[in-house]
Structures are given as C-alpha cells and as structure tokens.
Design a protein around this ligand. Structure first.
Ligand code: NAD
Ligand code: UD1
Length: 346
C-alpha cells in the first residue's frame, strides 16, 4: 500500500516525501516539473536512503492517472500539485483555474472510480482574506481577492460537497500559513523562478549578494514596528503535519480543516534581524509603499491540529533562517547545480 503524492518534487512536497519515507510509508510521486526539478527527488532518495516510483506527467491527463491507480495499490493521496504565484494568477486566471481546479477534479474522479477515498489537500491561509481578528480560527469567514485564492476556496468547497455526498471519504484540508526554511541537510529547499515574490527567498538572495536590497512593503501598519506580521512555519514541521494528517484521514471519515502555523507572528523587521544574526550577513533594506492586497497581521490559532492530529510546530524562526541560509549557500542556483552538496548527511 502506498501514499500517492502529487506535486511531490516541489518545495513542500519534497520535504513531505522525506518525512513519509522516514515514517515507514511507501510513496509514489506524480509531477510534471512545471515548477520543480527531478533532482529534488534524487535528493529525497539520498537523504532517506529509500527508493520510490516517480511518474512524470500532467495531472490533467486522466488516462495516465488512471494507469497509476490501475497498476499500484494506493491507500491515500496527498495533493500538492498546483500553481501558486498570486501575481501570475491575476494575469493568467484561466491557466490557474484549469491547472488547479480541473486537475483536482480529474484526481478526485479517478480516486472515486478506484475506491481510494482518503485525501489530504494543500490549502492556504489566503482563504481567510482580510481576517477580522487574529489569531485566526478555522471557522472564521472565508474570502479571497485573487484567482489563486479562489482556486483554493473552490477546491475546498468541491471537497466539502464530495464528503457530503459519500460518507466514505476522509479528507483533510490543510491551511498553511507562511512556509519557509529547508531540510537540515541543506539538500532540498525552495528555489523560486526569477525574482522571488515572498519575503524569505528574497531576504536570502539579498544575503547571498544576488539581489541588491530588500523592499519592505510598508511600515505604517498597526503592528509593533509598523511592518507586516506573519506566521512563519518551518517546512519540515509542515511536512510532519502531513504525515499526521494522512494517518488521520486513513482512520476517520468526513472532512476536517486544520490551520498549520506556529500561532506566533513575526514582523518583517524581526525576520530581517534574525536572518542577519544567523547568517552573519547584512540585509540592506528600504521602506517602500504597501503592497496591494497585503494584510497587517496574519497568524494562526493552531490548537485544532494539536488536539485532533497531535501536531505542534517545534522549530522557531532561528531554525527557519539558519536552514534557509544553509540551503542558499549550498545551492546558489537551486537544483541547477546537479552535484550533491551536503553539510550534514541526514
Ligand atoms: P511548488 O510549486 O514547489 O510545488 C508544486 C508542484 O506541483 C511542483 O513540483 C509542480 O511541478 C507540480 N505541479 C503543478 N501543477 C501540476 C500538474 N498539473 N501536474 C503535475 N504536477 C504539477 O509549490 P509548494 O510551495 O510546494 O506548494 C505546494 C502546494 O501547497 C500548492 O498547492 C500550493 O498552492 C500550496 N501552498 C503553498 C504555500 C507556500 O507558501 N509555498 C502556501 C499555501 C499553500
Ligand atoms: C503571500 C501571498 C499569499 C500566499 C503566500 C504563500 C500575496 C499578497 N499573498 O503571502 O496568498 O498564500 O504568499 O507563501 O502575495 N514583504 C516585504 N518585501 C518583500 C516580500 C514580502 O516587505 O519583498 C512582506 C509582505 O508585505 C508581508 C511579509 O513580508 O508583510 C510576508 O510576505 P510574503 O512572504 O509575500 O507572504 P504573504 O504576503 O503572507
């Protein structure tokens, strides 16, 4: 019996593959590498010392997907595959809706046909829109402002309907806050294409001298130092939550939603300071206008995941910065540099 991981070569998927393999699960990965590199999966094998099947195709391809279910014994699915850049989704809404929603429909249809009704889905804190208060609880009102966010919101709705229609489904909707960091080995991590949109990869490229300075988007928010506050969560903590969630759906029917965050918010300036301390590098920055669509504060109440999944985040922002920096130093061009470079082995 295996866990099928869609988008397993990506940032969060590759870290989850490591944790699944280390927990004794057999895995099968599907990825079309539209935003990743097959090298990440080679490194997953290197870190864990374990082999697994990899299929390269687009999840939109019903026949290929059906073949995977026909030829393997699949117990549950963790569905990471999707496009995730907010700005790009505004420019290319059709591409985002088709890739994220249609591919999920294809996946659920095939799962239904083959009686595999256990699913963990990657949602996002973006579905809370502008939260009326923090910390954010799972039952807060949902809204969003861009096609990426709508694709997550619609998929959540589709999954609630599937669950209502057939009690045999066991589904976990995981709402990630701000995943950052990298595996401690320095072998797998996040390498965005082009200039990063998100804070941590941007800071890390400034520290490496690849970008000149960080633009801090606004210092007039109602927060302790005026800069935006977010709930940063280490990607390995997030990966471990997926192992707990997949076990949960295997033994439970119905649909459950979980916030995955630490429950603590940090400001942009706090993140800069911590990164400078752990990397020993200066991060030049300039305060600029607020970024459209940004909220002042966003952090989770993660207690539901603690009580029902037995999961709590264990790593702090120092670990997040240290591991991001190790990954950056060892892999200045991401997976383009194909030789394995590791500062620690496991
Ligand atoms: P990622 O881009 O690194 O990984 C996604 C993977 O899916 C990539 O390997 C990509 O090649 C693959 N993929 C995309 N469309 C595909 C398709 N049609 N067929 C096959 N493979 C396909 O992104 P990530 O950061 O690892 O995010 C994983 C999931 O978590 C996504 O659904 C994303 O929306 C969600 N999420 C991410 C964040 C974040 O900050 N990284 C936050 C909240 C939610
Ligand atoms: C962003 C997305 C969100 C998505 C999440 C995934 C937007 C508006 N929101 O969230 O939908 O789920 O990424 O990780 O794109 N910042 C700077 N300078 C920068 C980059 C960021 O000051 O160059 C600030 C932002 O204003 C914010 C904080 O850093 O206060 C974090 O930003 P980011 O990493 O982009 O994450 P979110 O905005 O929370």
């Amino acid at each position: 019996m295996a866990i099928l991981v869609t988008g397993g070569a990506g940032y969060i998927g590759s870290h989850t593959c490591v944790e699944l393999l280390n927990s004794g699960f057999e895995i099968i990965v599907i990825d079309n590498y539209c935003n990743s590199n097959p090298e990440s999966l080679e490194r997953v094998k290197h870190i864990t010392g374990k082999e697994f099947k990899i299929y390269e195709f687009d999840l939109l391809n019903y026949e290929e997907l059906e073949n995977v279910f026909l030829t393997n014994d699949i117990e549950a699915v963790i569905h990471f595959a999707g496009l995730k850049a907010v700005g790009e989704s505004v420019k290319k809404p059709l591409m985002y809706y088709h890739n994220n929603i249609t591919a999920t429909l294809v996946l659920c249809k095939v799962m239904d046909k083959y009686g595999v009704k256990k699913l963990v889905f990657s949602s996002s804190a973006t579905v809370y829109g502008v939260p009326h208060q923090v910390p954010i609880l799972e039952d807060f009102p949902l809204s969003t402002t861009n096609p990426y966010g709508y694709s997550k919101l619609m998929i959540e709705e589709i999954m609630r309907d599937i669950s209502k229609s057939d009690a045999k489904w066991g589904i976990a909707l995981l709402r990630y806050f701000n995943p950052i960091g990298a595996h401690q080995s320095g072998l797998i991590g996040e390498h965005p294409n082009g200039i990063p949109n998100n804070l941590m990869p941007y800071i890390s490229q400034v520290a490496a001298g690849k970008l000149e300075q960080l633009m801090v988007f606004g210092n007039d928010y109602p927060t302790s130092d005026g800069t935006g506050v977010r709930d940063y969560i280490h990607v390995v903590d997030l990966a471990i939550a997926h192992v707990k969630a997949v076990k949960h759906v295997m033994y439970n029917q119905g649909i459950d939603t979980y916030n995955l965050g630490t429950g603590r918010g940090y400001s942009v300036l706090e993140m800069i300071k911590t990164f400078e301390k752990t990397s020993g590098k200066k991060i030049p920055y300039k305060i600029v206008e607020r970024r459209e669509g940004d909220v002042a504060m966003c952090y989770a109440d993660p207690l539901k995941a603690k009580h029902e999944l037995g999961w709590v985040a264990s790593k702090g922002i120092e670990d997040m910065c240290e591991d991001t920096w190790r990954w950056q130093v060892n892999n200045p061009n991401g997976y383009e540099q194909v030789t394995l470079v590791s500062s620690t082995t496991k």
